[in-house]
Design a protein around this ligand. Structure first.
Ligand SMILES: [Zn+2]
Length: 366
């Protein structure tokens, strides 16, 4: 419950003149950033308004975006002072991703059917595959060009109104899986779409070709763009897939139990480092987190030191099981796929801790 801020990304289809203006605005904000940063280095401070008077062409662009760029730079300097980030860098037109951000003033940014209205740009087609939450307000928008495509990231605020349901009827336990994303306590996995693996092969091939080109040559640049396009396509497909899977789970279950994994630590080991699925899993848990909250449902993360893999889900016995061993076999006669066995333990553990938070530890008979 309460107000939440969230980002929603949509592809946009600007026409030719809109594209020209968007790219001009990227350029002007880049220039604004670099001028302001230069001022900081020279200890000569000007406001965006003062800088604008020196560059007539800046008046063509959304002036609110310059204020945002100024704010972003100040934040970056603050982060540097707190030693959480590096000192901000100058921006280049060769940067892979170009963007600018602007804030809503007097409802000047809004959705109109299948279109979005943006300052100075007017209406443009929005490819909207996910609805915004009802009663949400747009606060800011980032316009971005990535691998030749244009996107908006809408920063919206909305109220999570659904109360948490007190009775849990449907529970699911999910065990992290490198190849399947997860295996649930019934032994099912979400089936990564076939095209996904096909795209990964495409990517590998395109990267191989790139590695044989002379760096900096025309052929190299062209191939590099190709690789970036495939990358972007894969990441979009992956995101869509994760949205779909998490939505289905949240619609179906009241309590979803997962492990609280330290993925950063895991990627350090050789076995995991190459996997693109790691980033997917992190994103997946973020989606589950906000979607369960939106729907008044629960996501429970089990302590990462809980031995979900080593424990027999039938008798509770704990034993070591090597990574290569796919089946869990216990002296009690229990025999099961190792991931499913772990998922059952995670579901059980999650149910217990859900009861504990609801009724307090004392009221549970062990
Ligand atoms: Zn057993």
């Amino acid at each position: 419950m309460g107000k939440v801020t969230r980002g929603y990304v949509y592809r946009i289809r600007p026409n030719t003149s809109q594209k020209i203006l968007i790219n001009k605005t990227f350029g002007c904000n880049r220039l604004m950033w670099n001028e302001l940063l230069n001022d900081i280095k020279n200890k000569a401070y000007r406001t965006p308004k003062e800088i604008k008077t020196q560059y007539d062409f800046m008046y063509e662009c959304d002036s609110q975006s310059f204020t945002t760029t100024w704010k972003h730079l100040n934040q970056a300097i603050k982060h540097k002072k707190n030693k959480t980030h590096q000192f901000p860098k100058f921006k280049s037109k060769h940067d892979h991703i170009q963007s600018y951000t602007t804030h809503v003033v007097n409802n000047n940014i809004r959705l109109e059917g299948k279109y979005i209205r943006l300052p100075k740009l007017g209406k443009m087609r929005l490819v909207q595959h996910r609805e915004l939450p009802s009663e949400s307000t747009i606060k800011a928008v980032t316009i971005k060009r990535d691998a030749g495509h244009y996107y908006v990231i809408l920063r919206i605020v909305y109220e999570q109104t659904k109360e948490k349901a007190s009775d849990v009827r449907q529970v699911i336990g999910l065990d992290y899986s490198l190849s399947h994303l997860y295996v649930d306590h019934n032994g099912n996995n979400p089936n990564y779409p076939k095209y996904y693996h096909k795209m990964m092969d495409h990517l590998a091939k395109a990267q191989r070709i790139l590695s044989k080109k002379v760096k900096g040559s025309n052929h190299y640049q062209k191939q590099k763009q190709k690789v970036q396009k495939i990358h972007k396509k894969i990441s979009n497909q992956r995101k869509d897939f994760l949205h779909k899977v998490s939505r289905e789970l949240v619609n179906k279950y009241d309590l979803i139990c997962i492990e609280d994994l330290d993925l950063k630590e895991m990627t350090k080991t050789k076995h995991f480092s190459k996997s693109i699925f790691d980033t997917s899993y992190h994103m997946f848990t973020l989606f589950l987190d906000y979607k369960t909250k939106d729907e008044g449902k629960s996501l429970i993360k089990i302590n990462r030191y809980y031995p979900s893999t080593k424990t027999c889900s039938k008798c509770g016995n704990i034993q070591d099981i090597p990574l290569s061993q796919r089946t869990y076999i216990c002296d009690c006669g229990h025999k099961m796929d190792r991931d499913q066995n772990a998922a059952i333990n995670i579901a059980t553990r999650g149910l217990i801790s859900n009861l504990q938070t609801e009724y307090g530890t004392d009221s549970i008979a062990w």
